[in-house]
Design a protein around this ligand. Structure first.
Ligand SMILES: Nc1ncnc2c1ncn2[C@@H]1O[C@H](COP(=O)(O)OP(=O)(O)OP(=O)(O)O)[C@@H](O)[C@H]1O
Ligand SMILES: [Mg+2]
Length: 255
């Protein structure tokens, strides 16, 4: 298996070294139909070299702004999330970076912004890890690529909460505690929390998709928190739970 993966890596290296990838104009023309641009292919290649990943497996998810792959390192699964340089909406992500003191002294151009976006997801995963909030464990990030632990069984990745079977009362309780610990211990607000960005695995909820998470000091942090709470409350009301936005807000913030 090692030999095969070595071949795959050198095939990618050879592709990158080809003359046809030399200029950026050429590149745009040649790669517009491909999933990844040259910078992303280079970043993936560098991550493979640094991380000791032996092979990339199937894509778990392929959306507008990112592609998530299952990959293997020493026979163990992990997850590689790649932000797409071409479609990530620069204007949309700006508001989450500029008001966040942890990142606001950076004055980036577009590609730098996207690199910051993965750094931000990585830092937020670290903060959750430290605060004991269930979420994938961050492994490394490089440019627009993040490695994190895989949540799921050998057969399949954990389902999103919206597709899972679970005890609503129990999971609502878990999520309340998680939002509170995220706010009070990790000092961040998720800012895109919904039944899509929570995975359910072995009776436990996990927060994922943390790139847009902001410091609680961000000027819009409270508005983002209220939006998260509204999404979660409405979702659990549909599941028959007596959830209440104001009560949850108070439980989380103490305000
Ligand atoms: N660590 C993980 N373990 C298992 N599955 C994962 C993991 N991280 C992400 N996924 C799967 O990949 C999907 C997309 O990941 P995520 O929500 O982080 O990206 P996204 O930014 O929403 O992507 P897009 O913008 O392309 O929709 C998730 O809904 C989940 O099904
Ligand atoms: Mg998502």
């Amino acid at each position: 298996m090692k030999e095969d993966s070595g071949k795959e890596i050198s095939a990618l290296a050879a592709l990158l070294a080809q003359d046809e990838f030399r200029t950026s104009q050429e590149l745009d023309r040649k790669t517009q139909d491909l999933v990844f641009d040259r910078r992303t292919l280079t970043a993936i290649y560098e991550v493979l070299k640094k991380s000791g990943i032996s092979h990339i497996d199937y894509p778990i998810s392929s959306g507008k702004e990112s592609v998530v792959f299952k990959a293997y390192r020493e026979e163990k699964p992990l997850v590689m999330k790649i932000f797409k340089m071409s479609t990530l909406k620069f204007q949309n992500i700006r508001q989450y970076i500029e008001g966040d003191y942890r990142f606001s002294n950076e004055r980036p151009g577009k590609s730098r912004f996207i690199y910051l976006w993965s750094k931000k997801e990585f830092s937020n995963l670290e903060a959750l890890q430290e605060a004991g909030v269930p979420a994938p464990k961050p492994i490394m990030f490089h440019k627009n690529v993040i490695l994190m632990s895989y949540i799921g069984t050998a057969r399949s990745p954990a389902p999103q909460l919206r597709d899972a079977d679970y005890d609503a009362e129990d999971v609502y309780g878990q999520i309340r505690t998680m939002i509170r610990a995220m706010y009070r211990k990790a000092a961040i607000v998720h800012a895109d929390l919904s039944e899509y960005n929570i995975l359910y695995h072995r009776k436990k909820a996990y927060f994922i998709d943390l790139a847009q998470g902001v410091s609680i000091k961000h000027p819009s942090a409270e508005a983002f928190l209220r939006r998260d709470i509204k999404n979660i409350t409405n979702y659990f009301i549909r599941k028959g739970i007596k959830a209440d936005e104001e009560k949850l807000f108070k439980f989380v913030t103490g305000k």
